[in-house]
Design a protein around this ligand. Structure first.
Ligand code: NDP
Length: 339
């Protein structure tokens, strides 16, 4: 049973060498008395930015999901049930939820979020558009952002797992949408694949404030915040009266030992901005409604999804570390096995 082990707590930017692959034997059978435990074969694993926060030394703070050095890391994944000690699951079921980064796992049934019913779409989609990032884009944009037709929307990390969907949902809703990303290839995707009206390569812009003023002469109604730092600071200067900022993430800050100051916070007052953080797990009750909304759009080709596929558990550390360097183009997926 190959596994990806965290060697020790991480500080600063994570490196491939912070993790290692080990191999151990496993009996592919539920141990006696394994009530509410499920034996699964892991198929697709999701590389997500929040995993970095679980690599830090929790230093006494309570985070039940923080990783333990010398143990496998864990995250969202699509798995196949081999044997079940829980009445809701049976052999052969496909599920998505939290699993370990290894070939086979014994997981508490409570870690399974949903059974996969719709199988006419790529299974890997349940790590992305039909999984946690998809729900994040949906809940963050519609529930937290309260968009209205015709509003001006700006999205950062706009070509990623979450961002590419926020842009497409905003276009479907009749909004004007601009996205920012870190390479020319991603900027092309924003405009030519995801339908953004305009796209910015933030790494090439000296004056983000001026660029935003050009793209949003009347100001921004909704800023879907994925990165924080300098981008947030420039956006605050360009928000419109009564604008909303769903705060999804701040990836530019996760690996810094000293966080960047945001200097324009007073604009929250002048512009009566609603700045609201959210965590996707609070919205999982909307998952059936979300599937009803998004599945027809996928089947009709009205919403597309770009994935960046890494093959084999050995590629896990490289793929995970890559998202903090912007190496991923679209949703970073790690394939352990294809059923
Ligand atoms: P992505 O697929 O977008 O991958 C991360 C991307 O972030 C990189 O490809 C890179 O793109 C960009 N990035 C990395 N470092 C920086 C930096 N220093 N400054 C600006 N951009 C950077 O990830 P996700 O779509 O999965 O996640 C997007 C955000 O949403 C993250 O902040 C994440 O933590 C958050 N999130 C929050 C959830 C919640 O419940 N609140 C749930 C899921 C995600 P580029 O080349 O464009 O720089």
């Amino acid at each position: 049973n190959k596994r990806v082990i965290l060697k020790d707590y991480v500080s600063g930017f994570p490196k491939e060498s912070d993790m290692t692959i080990v191999d151990s034997t496993i009996t592919l059978q539920l141990p006696e008395g394994s009530d509410n435990v499920v034996l699964v074969k892991n198929l697709y694993l999701s590389c997500d930015p929040y995993m970095r926060t679980l690599m830090s030394n929790p230093q006494g703070s309570i985070n039940p999901r923080a990783y333990t050095p010398q143990s496998p890391i864990a995250g969202y994944g699509v798995s196949k049930v081999l044997e079940s000690g829980h009445k809701d699951y049976k052999e052969g079921d496909l599920v998505w939820g939290i699993t370990n980064w290894e070939e086979y796992s014994l997981i508490p049934a409570a870690q399974i979020h949903f059974k996969i019913v719709n199988k006419d779409v790529p299974l890997s989609y349940y790590t992305g558009i039909l999984g946690m990032p998809g729900m994040t884009a949906y809940a963050g944009f519609f529930e937290v952002g309260s968009p209205k037709k015709g509003e001006n929307v700006f999205v950062s990390a706009a070509s990623g797992a979450v961002g590419q969907l926020v842009g497409q949902f905003a276009k479907l809703h009749g909004c004007y949408v601009v996205g920012s990303a870190g390479t020319k290839e991603k900027v092309d995707l924003l405009k030519n694949k995801f339908g953004y009206d305009e796209a910015i390569n933030y790494k090439e812009e000296q004056d983000l404030n001026a660029v935003l003023k050009r793209h949003f002469p009347e100001g921004i109604d909704i800023y879907f915040e994925n990165v924080g730092g300098k981008t947030l600071d420039a956006v605050l200067l360009n928000m419109r009266l009564n604008g909303r900022i769903p705060v999804c993430g701040m990836i530019s800050q996760y690996n810094l030992t000293e966080h960047e100051g945001v200097t324009n916070l007073a604009h929250i007052i002048y512009k009566r901005i609603l700045l609201k953080g959210f965590i996707v797990v609070d919205f999982y009750h909307l998952y059936p409604k979300f599937l009803e909304f998004v599945l027809p759009h996928i089947r009709e080709g009205k919403v597309v999804y770009v994935e960046d596929i890494a093959e084999g558990l050995e590629k896990g550390p490289e793929a995970l570390v890559g998202i903090f360097k912007g190496r991923n183009v679209g949703k970073q997926v790690l394939v352990v096995a294809r059923e």
